[in-house]
Design a protein around this ligand. Structure first.
Ligand code: NAD
Ligand SMILES: O=c1ccn([C@@H]2O[C@H](COP(=O)(O)OP(=O)(O)O[C@H]3OC[C@](O)(CO)[C@H]3O)[C@@H](O)[C@H]2O)c(=O)[nH]1
Length: 389
């Protein structure tokens, strides 16, 4: 019996499309490719400089979706094939970026080029060829909350008007120029403004996504195992690395910053709704996060320590965490977002999307994956004698 036709949120049949996905080999891209291959008839032209995280979708040729995904090893900084791929597709999704905080203040030029200059041709080709664009921005465009400028004990700090981040109302508050941490957020903000202007002046059909700390399997790398030994990934991978190596977790500036974490699989559902409901998603900027999963970084460390002990069967460390200054950990010019609570009104109204997974459950499945994927390799790396010079 034929499977029932897939319909959009307004009951219209969904037609198969071709998607040019730039940055398809990264964390979010790999989950989006998986979803598109397993649950939809759409085709993906997967563009990236790496493909390790999507190898399982590209080989062997007998995979049921083999004729619906093609990988193009392209650096979008300098490759004339990019425009041709955008022309071949109905929709372009741009995920490509330098987006790890350790890079923002240490490689500020690469960060600005990657998040603004390199995205320009993508926007231009979409606009000139009348192609729809879904562009990945960040929650970091909001910067610091208004409440963070009030004295610590001020009652208005507890008023949501002073901290909830709304796409169409909140200001974008960055630190001074020498705090190069904000170069990333600033580059992302300018490309958002450019895309918005292309929509207003030239009719570009666009959707901007502002992810709020999406986490899950395949995020970043474990230093010395599948990434550089001295590399500093985002917090999930930093803490996973510490737990796998039985080292105390490092809390930057006391771990007082707050984050809301959303499970990658919930967030990908939201992106699929955007892809398949253009009439509801075009012209919109969407926060995508889980306001119910808020913790301080210190609480995150405590939770991960407890869950990892359960998953690995090893007792928690006697000294589970240590404090480090941001200067020591990230270098000169680091600064931080104090709190990130997404307002969900627009995504609820347009797409009816809500996240489902609790922080405990998403950390449980993610740390189970980390342990299964890395514990043995770490054990071997630690056992290996250091080569004498
Ligand atoms: N993960 C999150 O929680 C989060 C939060 C906020 C914003 N974002 C945004 O979402 C997007 C994807 O994030 P991610 O977490 O998957 O990051 P990621 O680093 O895992 O993925 C980015 C991918 O882009 C590729 N890329 C970078 N420059 C390229 C170039 N010049 N040519 C071709 N490919 C290039 C990288 O190789 C990488 O595979 C980024 O734009 C990021 O700013 C993510
Ligand atoms: O070992 C560590 C690593 C980090 N921290 C602190 O954790 C907080 C979160 O850090 P991280 O996940 O690296 O990134 P941010 O949330 O600060 O920024 C990201 O948000 C979205 C995105 O745009 C893309 O992912 C990116 O910029 C932070 O307070 C660190 O200081 C720690 O204590 N110990």
């Amino acid at each position: 019996m034929a499977s029932p036709a897939r319909v959009d949120l307004d009951g219209n049949p969904i037609k198969p499309i071709t998607i040019c996905m730039i940055g398809a080999g990264g964390f979010i891209g790999s989950h989006l490719c998986e979803k598109l291959m397993a649950e939809t008839p759409h085709k993906v032209l997967a563009v990236d400089v790496y493909n390790d995280k999507i190898k399982h979708l590209l080989e062997p040729a007998s995979l049921p979706w083999a004729d619906r995904i093609q990988f193009y090893r392209i650096n979008i900084k300098h490759d004339s094939r990019l425009e041709g791929l955008i022309k071949m597709a109905d929709l372009t999704i741009n995920l490509a970026a330098i987006c790890t905080p350790a890079d923002y203040n240490t490689r500020p030029l690469d960060t600005i080029y990657s998040n603004f200059i390199d995205a320009l041709p993508v926007v231009k080709y979409c606009s000139e060829n009348n192609k729809r664009l879904i562009h990945f921005s960040t929650c970091e465009v909001y910067g610091k909350t208004i409440g963070s400028f009030l004295p610590k004990e001020h009652p208005l700090r507890n008023d949501p008007n002073f901290y909830v981040l709304k796409e169409d109302a909140s200001p974008c508050i960055f630190g001074p120029i020498e705090k190069q941490r904000w170069s990333y957020a600033c580059a992302k903000q300018l490309i958002e403004r450019l895309i918005y202007a292309e929509g207003a002046e030239n009719g570009l059909e666009f959707t901007i996504v502002r992810p709020f700390n999406w986490i899950g399997p395949r995020m970043d790398f474990i230093p010395g195992i599948d990434g550089p030994s001295e590399g500093v990934p985002r917090v999930l991978a930093c803490f996973s690395n510490n737990l796998l190596r039985c080292e105390p977790l490092k809390l930057v500036d006391g771990g007082q910053s707050q984050r809301t974490f959303v499970y990658i699989k919930d967030a990908i559902e939201a992106v699929l709704l955007m892809i398949e409901n253009p009439a509801r998603a075009n012209g919109q900027i969407f926060n995508v996060g889980n306001p119910n999963n808020e913790v301080t970084v210190r609480q995150l460390a405590e939770m991960m320590t407890e869950i990892y002990s359960k998953v690995s069967g090893e007792p928690p460390l006697e000294v589970p965490s240590i404090d480090v200054s941001s200067k020591e950990f990230y270098g000169e010019g680091y600064d931080d977002s104090d709190k990130r609570i997404p307002d969900m009104t627009i995504i609820n109204k347009q797409l009816g999307w809500n996240p489902k997974t609790s922080l405990w459950d998403l950390l449980d499945s993610t740390l189970t994956y980390q342990h299964r994927t890395y514990a043995e390799a770490i054990k071997q790396a630690i056992a290996k004698p250091v080569a004498s010079s």
